[in-house]
Design a protein around this ligand. Sequence first.
Ligand code: NI
Length: 266
Amino acid sequence: MNLDFSSTLSEPFRNADSTRLDLMTWTEVDEYLKECQGIILPIGSTEQHGPTGAIGTDALTAEAIAREVGRRTGVIVAPTQAFGMAEHHLGFPGTMSLKPSTLLAVLHDLLLSLASNGFERIFVINGHGGNIATAKAAFMQAHSTVQSRKLQVASRFQFRLANWFMHPTVFSLAKELYGDNEGQHATPSEIALTLHLEPSLQKKQRPLSAPSPSGPINGPEDFRNRYPDGRMGSDPYLAKSEHGEMLLNQAAIGLSKELLDFLQLP
Ligand code: NI
């Protein structure tokens, strides 16, 4: 792999939509692989986000950040895995969840597909805390399969899990904007990002009563009892579209740098 690939990628790969895998042909992917073996995979969740937040928040945010990182770095962005591990949100209509074992199997198979085609650096941009444990398990399983099948990429195959909302500069910006009202679920920062991406969501915004404080996460029934409107300690009414734009930019700066560093690891 070229160490400074950003300056060596040819122009077509640096253009806005040219980094979307779903809009490329296989011959274009083939050409790309001769220059760069990295790919971004956005993963999210389809789950309740409080009474005023969109069900697709975690997938919309991960996808937007992934595409922005793709535009800035020239690295291909795979289609978004919009279903995640959201078992605890199943007490709220609209939530569609994969069991941990299902998500593990899905991610394993997607990673194996990429590995068998010659992708050796998989940068996963994640929008949902509930995916973290399972994604890590899937990476380990995929790694072991890649080794046992002796795929060509075996010696260079690596993953990085980038949880955008936990990136230090994004996290501090969210704290600066919302303080303790950021909370743990249906947070103003993620809602702000969706308002920036989908202005029609603004009309759902309204003041809400004080949320239940953040606490443990158990099964769906317990979750609904503890957090009756779906929020965990958050005030999403503080979210503004302008904040969303700032958060998107901050996440894109932070994760682009992390991706470039990751691609250059031996
Ligand atoms: Ni979320």
